[in-house]
Design a protein around this ligand. Structure first.
Ligand SMILES: [Zn+2]
Length: 499
């Protein structure tokens, strides 16, 4: 700045004209990222790049304790910020200094650092905590599944609050190192690669690394008595599956499904492009839940999924999510069709490959199974509402929408879109409108009416106008026959409904 003499009046004018308004005071980050379905999920003011979780878990009493170290960057001048968390916190440090903290809202940890942070400044946040996650209820429930031999964190959209503090929204993905000590004879399973397993003084510590961006709800932890199988795919990917030692009569069917994860992944690469992560596998804990979840690299499967025998369709669904949902995540939870419609459609493609019903036959079956006055048609897959986020319509009508698209633009463009979208958006997040714009770009066709019909109208679409059920060649009078694959596909669609 130049120094020169100015008459007082000129000085005042000069200040008014040339001095910018003083920089805004550092302010608190918002207690949510602005997701319309879940306004207090995630937080504003910073971005997490890595979670380091060093934990200890005692299956006898369900006690979890440890330290979470978050590497993050302030995205504004920050006086205070929130994490989403429900267990008891003993101490918080930000960049080495003790920080003040308090619980607020239903699952917020409000942190006031000793020094404010400048926009762009890196911060290391250390949180020491403990709790009995099965006893901690938020909004009337716990996502933590207590099992006879331990516990499991696997739920959607809420799972992290019961085992680590986070910025709990898919728009803030990060890498993970998860290290958990459990009593000898017990296993701790998480995402990615098992980098070490060491026993000392009666406790075995399992260290896991997930080295690609991962959403918080896709981080998982399962402690229990597991039989672990390891292998390597032809492409060199490490395979690790874990089966509870107490699966009883479901054990063989579970193995006959999940041991085919490598084959399924290789097949899916033909549609979606290279597998996006550093490992594959699956795990089946001793839970009484009914759903499966696409936890990153290593899906969670309930034993009940295999009560009627092997179900490879559910493996196809969860592994398809590794692309559609995990590598490319929802921007907001209302974009859930980008996950479930596509994972369901992958099952239709698998059915076609197995000769158990083509995608068109499945489309005809779904379309015909629901009469026009069925409430099924009132749920809009493109914006189903929080209460219907995992409604059957998001899956089945969601897959129908893709069959309608395929019929409209032809196989060449359709499959180019399935793969190209993944390559373009890998590691990030996306909204439904961005996908539909991409489909228009690749196909060169106006598609607004088609997507509006299938994703946004709360009525049964007119088949002749839409393309689905139009190319099946069957007479309109004849009811479609149930495809052989349908029961397995239907059985794969039970999703968490925790509240
Ligand atoms: Zn799914």
């Amino acid at each position: 700045m130049r120094h020169r003499y100015l008459a007082p009046a000129a000085l005042a004018v000069s200040l008014l004209l040339t001095v910018p308004a003083s920089a805004a005071e550092p302010s608190p980050g918002t207690p949510g990222v602005g997701d319309p379905y879940y306004p207090d999920y995630g937080n504003g003011g910073y971005d997490v790049s890595h979670y380091d979780l060093r934990l200890k878990y005692q299956p006898k009493n369900d006690r979890l304790s440890g330290t979470a170290t978050l590497l993050a960057t302030a995205t504004q001048d920050l006086s205070r910020f929130n994490l989403d968390f429900a267990l008891d916190v003993r101490e918080v440090r930000v960049n080495g200094r003790k920080a003040a903290f308090t619980a607020s809202g239903s699952h917020e940890l409000e942190i006031t650092p000793a020094r404010t942070l400048a926009e762009g400044e890196r911060m290391t946040v250390v949180v020491r905590y403990s709790g009995i996650p099965s006893k901690v209820e938020v909004n009337g429930y716990t996502s933590w599944h207590r099992t006879p031999d331990g516990g499991v964190a696997a739920n959607e959209p809420e799972a992290a609050w019961w085992w680590f503090p986070s910025n709990d929204h898919p728009t803030d993905k990060a890498t993970y190192d998860v290290s958990v000590a459990v009593p000898d004879g017990t296993e701790a399973v998480s995402n990615g690669v098992l980098t070490s397993q060491r026993s000392q003084a009666g406790w075995t510590r399992f260290a896991w690394r997930s080295d690609q961006p991962q959403a918080t709800y896709l981080a998982t932890l399962a402690v229990g008595e597991f039989d672990i199988t390891t292998d390597e795919t032809a492409d060199g990917l490490p395979v690790l599956n874990a089966y509870s030692e107490n699966l009883g009569e479901n054990e063989n069917a579970a193995r006959a499904s999940i041991e085919r994860t490598g084959e399924v992944t290789e097949w899916l690469q033909g549609y979606f492009g290279p597998y996006p992560f550093n490992a594959i596998g699956g795990y089946v804990p001793d839970t009484d839940t009914g759903y499966a979840l696409e936890t990153q690299t290593r899906p969670f499967y309930s034993p009940r999924k295999f009560a009627q025998g092997a179900n490879v369709s559910v493996v196809v669904h969860e592994m398809a999510h590794q692309w559609y949902g995990n590598s490319v995540s929802v921007s907001q939870w209302k974009d859930i069709w980008l996950n479930e419609g596509f994972a369901s459609y992958a099952e239709w493609l698998w059915s076609e490959k197995q000769g158990e019903g083509t995608a068109q036959e499945l489309a005809d079956w779904v379309y015909d199974s629901h009469p026009a006055d069925d409430a099924f048609w009132t749920v809009k897959p493109g914006d189903p509402g929080a209460e219907n986020q995992f409604h059957a319509a998001v899956y089945d009508r969601g897959a129908l929408a893709l069959q309608a698209l395929r019929n409209k633009i032809g196989d060449k463009d359709f499959f180019a879109i399935l793969e190209g979208w993944q390559q373009e958006r890998s590691g990030g997040d996306a909204a439904v409108a961005e996908f539909t714009a991409y489909a228009e770009k690749v196909s060169g066709e106006p598609l607004a009416a088609l997507f509006d019909t299938w994703l946004y109208q709360p009525v049964k679409p007119d088949a002749s106008a839409s393309g689905a059920a139009a190319n099946s060649g069957r007479s309109k009078a004849a009811a479609p026959v149930e495809p052989k694959s349908w029961r397995k596909i239907q059985a794969s669609h039970q999703h968490p409904h925790p509240h």
